[in-house]
Write a protein that binds this ligand. Structure first.
Ligand code: FES
Length: 153
């Protein structure tokens, strides 16, 4: 009974992974095909390239109350749109500064680079951001009804 109550109140951070079509999404897809386990709180947003991810997309996700954001692009030098992943890294760094400025914490946002075959690395990146965000707790921007289910009042 105690175990059941504990499971019911356990909080799963809500993480959005913006994945580029070529490597990020392919690595996530491969992880699924190989039945690798990762957080049930992960939602993948399929993008043509990380270079297409505007800062507003990331900020909008946080404004809606997600607990963490992962940007997953091709390896440096491997972007199918030349320098999209380099632009994405600069934008991600700028959003990190904003997150620190507003007190949300830059640790909630991370950009990683993978190849299409790097399913284990993809899963590891997901686990890392999940454990970082779990330590930080639910986003203070989370709508109140979601906060209650996340164990806050
Ligand atoms: Fe993967 Fe540009 S196509 S980051």
């Amino acid at each position: 009974m105690m175990q059941l109550e504990k499971e019911q109140t356990a909080w799963t951070p809500e993480i959005i992974a913006f994945c580029c079509n070529y490597c990020g999404f392919a690595a996530a897809d491969l992880a699924g095909i190989q039945r690798m386990q990762y957080s049930a709180g992960l939602r993948i947003v399929h993008m043509p390239c990380t270079g297409k991810i505007e800062m507003e997309y990331i900020l909008d996700a946080f404004e809606r109350g997600v607990d963490g954001v992962l940007v997953v692009g091709c390896l440096e030098g491997g972007c199918h749109f030349m320098e999209g992943n380099l632009r994405a890294r600069k934008r991600t760094e700028r959003v990190c500064l904003i997150l620190d400025e507003i007190g949300l914490g830059s640790e909630r946002l991370k950009m990683v680079n993978v190849s299409d075959a790097m399913a284990p690395e993809f899963v590891q990146h997901v686990q890392e951001i999940v454990s970082t965000v779990t330590a930080l707790g639910p986003s203070p921007l989370k709508p109140s009804e979601n906060k209650e289910s996340a164990g806050e009042s």
